[in-house]
Design a protein around this ligand. Structure first.
Ligand code: EAX
Length: 329
């Protein structure tokens, strides 16, 4: 027994020394936080980024990845970048509405019809110009990973038409367009940070939520939500954001390595989601979810007022909405 104890202590000391050694060798340590589970492609993508960047810089840069809201919710982490308390975060665009209206065009319901067009648009100069504007917030937008097309889950019944959402208490991200889209369908939206969502569903303080299938699985929402209706009503891009002061403090060669490794990881992260999406409906049915397709036309018609509501000065320029909605890859 004593031998095993001392072996454990020795192993702990060796591992700690190794981590300290690596940190001591590093000129820069990038802590990156996100709110999703350690099995989600947010995490798996960031682990690949860590591997690539540490190798590319011969350990001059060390990356530490923090999942499951360990460093706070998405708004906290954006504030952390602005305060210089955090170096990097990976979030959805929706909560950025609390900081800027620049990304709202991507948060519009049914603005993209397929994932290839969505990816091409966010990666185009349209998406890049939105990232560039983050510099006024003390943040560098580096590229877009992906969260994906969001569908509705709930604990009460299949959602087959917008009227089925009437009166349903649905959690949304902290985004006015998301909330008004569900109000247009007579639902009762509640904005909430992701970290509080599972408990709220479990305690039935809310009936429903909306997220891509990869989150329904990796955050085990199937344990507390019986119905999944494939509305795919929002596409959620996920900008990788870095504190501007930190980014500018990096030598030019490390800034280039950072960007190159992120762009390589972006494609890998999206590929992981594509692979997951091939099996998720089968897997979630096997976990007991009742899943239904929907005719999207009535949902698109029901939220058309949201476009009128958010087009114009001080909201989203009509020209930008037309460019995003009409984007051809
Ligand atoms: O960015 O809050 C959400 O529902 C998002 O999907 C999550 O924060 C990942």
């Amino acid at each position: 027994m004593k031998k095993r104890f001392f072996a454990g202590v020795l192993l702990t000391l060796v591992l700690t020394a190794g981590a300290v050694g690596r940190a001591l060798a590093a000129e820069f340590t990038i802590r990156v936080g996100h709110v999703l589970a350690p099995t989600h492609p947010y995490q798996l993508g960031l682990e690949r980024f860590k591997e690539l960047l540490e190798k590319r810089t011969d350990g001059r840069v060390v990356v530490e990845v923090f999942h499951s809201s360990q460093l706070g919710n998405e708004r906290d982490m954006v504030e952390g970048l602005q305060l210089g308390a955090l170096e990097m975060t990976l979030i959805s665009t929706a909560p950025l509405a609390s900081f800027t209206s620049d990304f709202l065009a991507f948060d519009l319901p049914f603005v993209f019809s397929d994932v290839k067009t969505a990816r091409a648009c966010v990666d185009s100069e349209i998406g890049q110009s939105m990232l560039d504007k983050m510099s006024s917030q003390g943040i560098v937008g580096l590229c877009y990973f992906e969260n994906g097309f969001r569908s509705v889950t709930n604990s009460k019944k299949p959602i087959t038409k917008p009227e089925d959402l009437a009166g349903m208490k649905i959690r949304t991200m902290e985004n006015p367009i998301h909330m008004d889209s569900f109000r247009a369908m007579k639902a009762d939206p509640t904005p909430m940070a992701f970290g509080e969502l599972f408990t709220a569903l479990q305690q039935k303080t809310i009936d429903a939520q909306e997220n891509p299938l990869a989150i329904v699985e990796t955050s085990a929402f199937y344990e507390v939500q019986k119905y999944l209706s494939l509305t795919e009503h929002f596409y959620a891009p996920s900008p990788v954001l870095m504190a501007k002061a930190y980014h500018d403090s990096l030598p030019a060669d490390l800034r280039k390595a950072l960007k190159d490794c992120l762009l390589e990881t972006r494609d890998y992260q999206r590929q992981l989601l594509d692979e997951m999406n091939l099996r998720l409906i089968t897997d979630l049915k096997a976990k007991g979810m009742v899943i239904n397709e929907v005719d999207k036309a009535p949902f698109i018609a029901a939220v058309r007022t949201v476009y009128e509501q958010y087009t114009g000065a001080g909201k989203i320029p009509a020209e930008l909405i037309q460019r995003v909605k009409g984007f051809k890859k």
